[in-house]
Design a protein. Structure first.
Length: 143
């Protein structure tokens, strides 16, 4: 009887933890840089000569420490995945992606929770450079 009681108690505790909802809220945006833990020049359209962009994320987590993952996509294909530790209930973190000269077009960055759930997604565009006359530079324009 004692063994059955322990099994039932163990089952109740494991069920409670297994059904606990994911309590992470995020605010995410893409920016040119991060200065003093804040996004600098956030936007949804960036020039090709940016060099790099950052996916900045403000996390509010019921339980910390935990982790999130940043996934960067270019033209629908995953190009980078970075796991980031969240060390306190209110935390800011970011990943940095180098933008190559030929990587113009549609991008997307996702923030995933520890279980792989998409918590946020940001779509943005990297545009070809414009010449001084306002026309696309023929060396960098895409067809």
């Amino acid at each position: 009887m004692k063994g059955l009681f322990l099994i039932l108690v163990g089952f109740l505790f494991s069920s409670t933890y297994a059904t606990e909802p994911l309590n992470i809220r995020v605010e995410a945006l893409v920016a040119r840089d991060v200065i003093a833990k804040q996004p600098a020049d956030p936007n949804t359209v960036f020039p090709q000569d940016s060099g790099f962009l950052v996916l900045w994320t403000k996390v509010t987590a019921k339980q910390a420490p935990t982790a999130i993952t940043h996934v960067w996509y270019y033209l629908g294909k995953e190009v980078m995945r970075v796991k980031l530790d969240v060390k306190s209930p209110r935390y800011r973190t970011w990943s940095r992606k180098t933008i190559e000269p030929d990587q113009q077009g549609k991008w997307k960055a996702e923030v995933l929770g520890p279980d792989g759930t998409v918590l946020a997604a940001v779509e943005f565009i990297v545009e070809a450079q414009k010449s001084s006359a306002g026309q696309e530079d023929p060396k960098t324009a895409t067809e």
